[in-house]
Design a protein around this ligand. Structure first.
Ligand code: BDR
Ligand code: CA
Length: 312
């Protein structure tokens, strides 16, 4: 039986790759997409999500538009220098033929999970605002969800938006703190592992051979993102942050984990920093679940997994 995934995303170039990967994997059934700000503002993220679904031949998958700002209403600047002015590497895309649901992302998340208790895996590829709002709306979410997999955090490595913070957590530290301290089955896929999964120009070229529509589209949308990695990190290739989170859902054996509580710095110079806290002794624990943090990855096999699925 495929895993039912509800994906919260801010597409975004690596988000687009992650969606293609999930849609191309027989182990997954994407039951819905919710959108958020981050790489791009929420309106554009929603249009991108609708278009990516149409492009992949899945216009029937529902899309719900999410939060436009962090829970405290602060302003956030989209990462257009990373993902292009339109979030998809400045590749012009037609207006989608489909429209988002009337329900908001938090409403849709709450309803979808409560309608199928124990069946839905929530995967977040952007800031955690929609999830925090869904929890507020429906506190029973934490017992009804199958799993929560978050692309976010930087534990033993540097941040990517500041010296200490990863972008998705930085963009809404208050929401992240609520989501990451919730007693539910949570896995964190942070920069500790995602920066080890590098797609090189050669990998991306191979996706174009023999020539096909998806490989060509991926090549075009990754030009700006690849260029950013060269300028910023001197890296020839790109970090596959969000696709790595999807692989973690579909083949968790490719990762190693540590169990720890997670603290998020809410403000100041280190806002958005994630720190592992030791667990209390088992006899004193009240929580049923302990967060699993990815600390190591079989990067070669993750890249193979991504390559095989995107070449289908
Ligand atoms: C995360 O931030 C976004 O720019 C990417 O899409 C990814 O979700 C990496 O820090
Ligand atoms: Ca993202």
């Amino acid at each position: 039986m495929p895993r039912k995934l509800l994906i919260d995303t801010d597409p975004g170039v690596d988000d687009a790759l992650a969606l293609f990967l999930a849609l191309g994997s027989p182990e997954a059934e994407v039951v819905g997409i919710t959108t958020t700000f981050g790489n791009i503002e929420t309106g554009a993220a929603t249009l991108n999500a609708l278009y990516l679904l149409e492009f992949s031949g899945h216009p029937e998958i529902p899309v719900a538009r999410g939060a436009r700002t962090p829970v405290n209403g602060a302003c956030r600047t989209p990462a257009t220098h990373v993902h292009g002015e339109n979030g998809l590497g400045n590749v012009l895309i037609p207006a989608p033929l489909t429209a988002p649901l009337r329900a908001s992302a938090p409403e849709f998340i709450a309803r979808t999970v409560m309608d199928s208790p124990g069946e839905i895996t929530l995967v977040t590829l952007g800031p955690l605002t929609n999830l925090a709002l869904a929890l507020e709306l429906e506190p029973r979410l934490s017992t009804a969800v199958a799993q929560v997999v978050v692309m976010g955090g930087a534990f033993r490595v540097q941040g990517n938006i500041s010296g200490t913070a990863e972008a998705n957590i930085f963009n809404d530290p208050v929401a992240a703190s609520r989501v990451l301290s919730q007693d539910w089955p949570l896995t964190l896929v942070g920069l500790d592992v995602t920066t080890r999964v590098v797609l090189t120009p050669d990998h991306l070229q191979r996706l174009r051979q023999p020539p096909h529509r998806l490989g060509e589209f991926i090549w075009r949308i990754t030009r700006v993102y690849e260029d950013f990695h060269l300028r910023r990190y001197g890296l020839v290739g790109l970090y596959a942050h969000d696709p790595t989170a999807i692989v973690c859902v579909l083949d968790p054996t490719l990762f190693q984990y540590e169990e720890a509580l997670v603290a998020v710095t809410l403000e100041g110079r280190e806002a958005g920093r994630t720190v592992m806290k030791p667990l209390p002794p088992e006899s004193l624990r009240v929580a049923r679940h302990v967060p699993k943090i990815c600390t190591d990855v079989n990067a070669g096999q993750v890249i193979d997994f991504i390559q095989r699925r995107l070449a289908r």
